[in-house]
Ligand binder design. Structure first.
Ligand SMILES: [Zn+2]
Length: 149
């Protein structure tokens, strides 16, 4: 798998890394808000000033963004190697399963073209895809046993 329409792949990358960008922005906004309350008298302002909360909020945003980006990069690599089944329309990665709107059980939205895929179909995919590979591997093993002295 892998490849597919370039515009869909671009959209997939954007949707994969968007949460990391939002985490970074959230950390920055949180840091700015905590910085803003520092001059204010009272609990939060004092706490923010003396335990340097803005820096912690910013660092937490960066750490969360890195964690999300790391997970998405692993998913992308597995997808690129064909370990994760993709959309059968455009070949892109699918979002985590969610309850479908019309009571059809769980479905996964394609990150590229946006098509909804029933989860039941994709439970079968990993078993169906490697079958020709397994048969070919067995045939090669038999051939190598026969040709060996
Ligand atoms: Zn798709």
């Amino acid at each position: 798998m892998g490849g597919g329409d370039m515009s869909y792949v671009g959209r997939m990358y954007f949707r994969l890394y968007l949460p990391a960008g939002l985490a970074l922005a959230g950390g920055a906004i949180g840091a700015a808000a905590l910085k803003a309350v520092q001059p204010a008298p009272g609990g939060l302002g004092t706490l923010s000033l003396y335990s340097n909360l803005p820096a912690w909020a910013f660092a937490a945003g960066i750490a969360l963004a890195l964690a999300i980006a790391g997970v998405q990069t692993v998913r992308l690599r597995l997808w690129d190697r064909g370990a994760i089944p993709g959309c059968y329309v455009c070949g892109c990665l699918l979002a985590p399963p969610r309850a479908a709107r019309h009571g059809l059980g769980m479905a996964r939205r394609c990150l590229g073209c946006g098509k909804l895929h029933g989860v039941n179909h994709y439970r079968l995919m990993p078993r169906l895809v490697p079958l020709p590979v397994a048969v070919k591997g067995a045939a090669d093993a038999v051939r190598s046993v026969r040709s060996s002295p």
